[in-house]
Write a protein that binds this ligand. Structure first.
Ligand SMILES: C[S@@+](CC[C@H](N)C(=O)[O-])C[C@H]1O[C@@H](n2cnc3c(N)ncnc32)[C@H](O)[C@@H]1O
Length: 244
């Protein structure tokens, strides 16, 4: 297999191209389906770009349709993962219970719900409410109760803190919900080994791919929007050249 393979299209279609039981780790950040929720709250969507992604894919679906799409995604994820493989799925806290039930239905073993804390979030409306500074991530293993866990003897908390994505990681263009490379490196290094295959079916601007290639893993990424696919392509090609 090549060092990395990127597809521009719908992950439910492109995941079918991936061989059964060939992936060691999935780290992904699918649409949180907050479109309707935000609409009903009359929120100014344009100003919520850090945690809202409403222009493509599944963010504007009705909850039932979103759940069905997530079910199809988990079905494919179960097919492509090796037994004992791991998966991290970022999700809004209010959707975590749904996510776990869909995952368990598809044979995943639920391990942990953890928090990513952003050290320097945009202090929007700071005099009106608590500033949004967290997102949840949910950790599963497939057909096993434990998977690769490279903690090097350290106690690893289910609370991860980093700064928000720095501008230096946006030089090929911006993605509205781009995750920092440091955060993705954390999960890739702990939950996989060198030469393992890492998949991100909702790749966005490719932060998981950058982390995987930098850490000498193989990477498969899928992104629906051409614009973000192209940013991911440039970012991952750059890190691949640096590592070569
Ligand atoms: C939350 S963003 C991921 C951001 C990414 N973690 C990053 O660091 O840039 C979700 C991405 O999934 C993409 N997407 C939505 N539906 C999709 C589908 N059915 N197949 C593939 N990508 C999809 C969106 O275009 C969006 O870029």
């Amino acid at each position: 297999m090549q060092k990395y393979t990127l597809y521009n299209g719908d992950c439910l279609e492109y995941m079918k191209k991936i061989k059964t039981s060939s992936v060691d780790l999935i780290v992904t950040d699918p649409p949180y389906n907050l479109g309707k929720f935000m609409e009903n709250r009359d929120t100014n969507l344009g100003k919520m770009r850090d945690n809202f992604f409403g222009i493509a894919g599944w963010d504007d679906l009705d909850f039932k349709e979103w759940k069905q799409s997530m079910n199809k995604f988990f079905h494919q994820a179960a097919r492509v993962l090796k037994d004992g493989g791991s998966m991290i799925v970022f999700m809004s806290i209010i959707k975590v219970e749904t996510l776990i039930s869909v995952a368990e239905k598809n044979g995943f073993y639920y391990k942990t719900t953890g928090i990513w804390h952003k050290l320097n979030p945009m202090p929007r409306n700071m005099n009106l409410h608590f500033v949004n500074s967290t997102e949840a991530w949910v950790y599963f293993t497939y057909k096993a109760r434990t998977g690769t866990f490279n903690n090097d003897g350290k106690v690893l908390h289910d609370f991860v803190e980093t700064s928000v994505t720095p501008n230096s990681e946006r030089k090929y263009g911006k993605h509205p919900t781009q995750k920092p490379e440091q955060l993705m490196e954390h999960f890739v290094s702990i939950l996989s080994d060198e030469s393992n295959v890492v998949l991100d079916p909702f790749m966005g601007s490719g932060s998981v791919g950058v982390a995987a290639v930098r850490l000498n893993r193989k990477f498969i990424g899928i992104e629906l929007e051409e614009k973000y696919y192209s940013i991911a392509n440039s970012r991952i090609a750059e890190v691949d050249t640096c590592e070569a």
